[in-house]
Design a protein around this ligand. Structure first.
Ligand code: UGA
Length: 438
């Protein structure tokens, strides 16, 4: 049993705390946001995440998981995890480290006895060293090590990924914290690969992983565009190349471009890190450029179908950046909606998302109307745009959808729906990576 504190209770911090508590560790989650802590104390999980509510309730009852707004309480643990956000700085495109620095500065004077400070947030190479220097400058007496253990969980599957990671990367330049960290990660022994590296390597592994996956997506999206011109079908191509075990089938789904709080931010940050070291990252630069252009292209694609309709009504299914989350940060769906409204002033948008409506409202305000379910969204619509890959969209009753729509048009930028079934029902169905009339 290890005494752990987690600073920052977002999409990474909260599931991480719950997972460690479930393994019998004593966990205290700290957040400055008093309203959030109050909700968590009242048993509300504050974010949508598969499997989280059940496990959260279980560990709350066991008394292994507690919450606080006090840094002093967090500073008392043996292992202090920092999981605050490192959002993109919109001007410099670098990772904004203000929250990391604020935590380090606040923590420094409170440290007594030896502490292991783990940076789990995605941070540029050298941040571990910077945090260590900052703490040392504020409190020269403090006895501590700063370790980098990047997190690889996917939103929506946080609990599953925390319990079944492909690898756990532990970057430390000191031997001293390793025994305690081995004790903490003992339950994964033999099940996941434990990789011990230099601190800088661990920091870079995280960016290099995310950028590689983003590049894979931009690549399949380019091939998808080619398919639309040359008569091949992207679904066959993804299968055909994915069967090569050196390539693998994951992250070969064509779509509206990658989004979320990680890939867009991390590709830009990696580019800027390399730039600082005088290294050109042209593959990453092109990945970013292609991804940006894609979201504009998707809006044009939808608009092509409605450009001749007076006051067209567009039903939008999906506002989250992907299925299984309520997160709308850098969501392609939100950008497509904004782009569409920018190129066609006459358009009315009726939107539905199973979990992300509340968050979407903070970004879109009253630019769209928010519908209670998927059928309400298609009522009187000229076209249905499927923008997020929620499973329940594929399971919808399309005869019912057809009866609600004014025109039976569907643009599916997730290649989610059953083409044959839709054609039988008389829909004009457009998906990615296939010539329209094939
Ligand atoms: C991603 C990584 O997958 C995690 O390993 C990492 O820990 C996390 O970022 C992070 O850095 O915190 P996440 O952003 O939750 O996780 O979502 P993904 O499932 O990776 O999807 C990212 C984006 O790529 C989504 O917009 C998704 O729709 C898109 N995508 C994904 C595709 O367009 N095609 C694919 O084949 C896969």
């Amino acid at each position: 049993m290890v005494k752990i504190s987690i600073i920052g209770t977002g999409y990474v911090g909260l599931p991480t705390g719950v997972n460690f508590a479930n393994l019998g560790n004593e966990v205290i989650c700290m957040d400055k946001d008093a309203a959030k802590i109050e909700k968590l104390n009242a048993g509300k999980t504050v974010l949508y995440e598969n499997e989280l509510p059940e496990l959260f309730n279980k560990v709350l009852k066991s008394g292994k998981l507690k919450f606080t707004t006090q840094m002093l309480v967090a500073a008392d643990a043996e292992l202090i995890f920092i999981t605050v956000g490192t959002p993109i700085n919109p001007e410099t495109k670098e990772a904004d480290l203000q929250y990391i620095r604020a935590v380090a500065s606040e923590l420094a004077p409170l440290l007594t006895g030896y502490k292991i400070i783990v940076i789990k947030s995605t941070v540029p190479v050298g941040t571990g060293a910077e945090v260590a220097n900052l703490i040392h400058t504020i409190n020269p007496q403090a006895e501590f090590d700063v370790v980098s253990i990047p997190e690889f969980l996917r939103e929506g599957f946080a609990i599953y990924d925390l319990q079944n990671p492909d690898r756990i990367v532990i970057g430390s330049d000191s031997e001293r914290p390793l025994a305690k960290l081995k004790e903490l990660y003992e339950p994964w022994k033999g099940r996941s690969h434990l990789l011990f590296t230099k601190r800088e390597s661990a920091e870079l592994i995280k960016y290099a992983s995310n950028a590689f996956l983003a590049m894979k997506i931009s690549y399949i999206n380019e091939i998808s565009d080619l398919c639309e011109q040359c008569g091949a079908d992207i679904e066959d191509i993804a299968k055909g190349i994915g069967l090569d075990s050196r390539i693998g089938h994951k992250f070969l789904r064509t779509g509206p471009g990658y989004g979320g709080s990680c890939f867009p931010k991390d590709t830009n940050a990696l580019y800027m890190i390399a730039n600082k070291f005088g290294v050109e990252m042209s593959l990453v630069a092109t990945t970013i450029k292609r991804n940006e252009a894609r979201k504009v292209a998707m809006a044009r694609r939808i608009n092509n179908y409605i450009v001749n309709i007076n006051s067209p009504v567009v039903a939008v299914w999906g506002l989250a950046f992907k299925a299984d989350t309520d997160d709308v940060r850098d969501s392609p769906a939100i950008e497509i909606v904004n782009n569409l409204l920018g190129i066609n002033y006459a358009v009315t948008i009726k939107a539905f998302d199973p979990q992300a409506m509340e968050n979407a409202r903070t970004l879109l305000g009253n630019k769209v109307s928010y519908c209670p379910d998927l059928y309400a969204a298609v009522e009187g619509a000229d076209i249905l745009a499927v923008l997020t890959d929620w499973h329940e969209f594929a399971e919808a009753d399309f005869a019912k959808v057809a009866s609600h729509m004014r025109n039976k048009l569907i643009v599916d930028v997730r290649n989610l729906l059953n083409e044959e079934k839709l054609k039988q029902l008389g829909f004009v169905y457009n998906r990615l990576g296939k010539r329209q009339n094939d």
